[in-house]
Design a protein around this ligand. Structure first.
Ligand SMILES: [Zn+2]
Length: 146
């Protein structure tokens, strides 16, 4: 792991609220795999990154954009390591996991003078959760206990 990755992962632990988990458990960053923009468009259309099976996939673009996407995927890695949101099973857990990842990334980006816009990316997850709650398929996440 290079130093930049270690620093960024430490920030993800802090901003995502995984400090206690990572004091008690081993937390190592996932491998980061850079994906050519053309291939990324074929595999995950419209996405800058995704997390799968312990790897953070990041679409090649500006260094700043790749840093924030890597940070976002680091949060998903920490969610997976800690089992927070049951590794995103269920539409509402997916929404909560994305919400946390975007909010943590934005908080981190603000320390660098940037604002990450994510409402448009988050809205579809929220809509799926609310539709599932309305149909009685899943529990309302507002009733979850931490
Ligand atoms: Zn995400």
């Amino acid at each position: 792991m290079n130093e930049a990755a270690a620093v960024l992962f430490a920030a993800a632990i802090q901003f995502g609220g995984y400090t206690d988990h990572c004091k008690q458990n081993e937390c190592k960053p996932p491998a980061r795999i850079l994906v050519d923009a053309h291939v990324a468009q074929q595999v995950a259309p419209g996405k800058n990154g995704w997390y799968n099976q312990g790897n953070a996939y990041v679409r090649e673009r500006s260094p700043q954009g790749m840093e924030f996407t890597t940070f976002h995927e680091y949060i998903h890695h920490l969610q997976s390591l800690s089992n927070r949101y049951q590794q995103y099973r269920g539409v509402c857990n997916k929404w909560l996991a994305e919400k946390e990842a975007y909010e943590a990334t934005n908080a981190y980006a603000q320390t660098k003078g940037y604002q990450v816009r994510y409402e448009h990316a988050l809205a579809p997850y929220e809509q799926k959760c609310k539709a599932a709650v309305a149909a009685g398929l899943v529990k309302d996440p507002a009733t979850y206990t931490k």
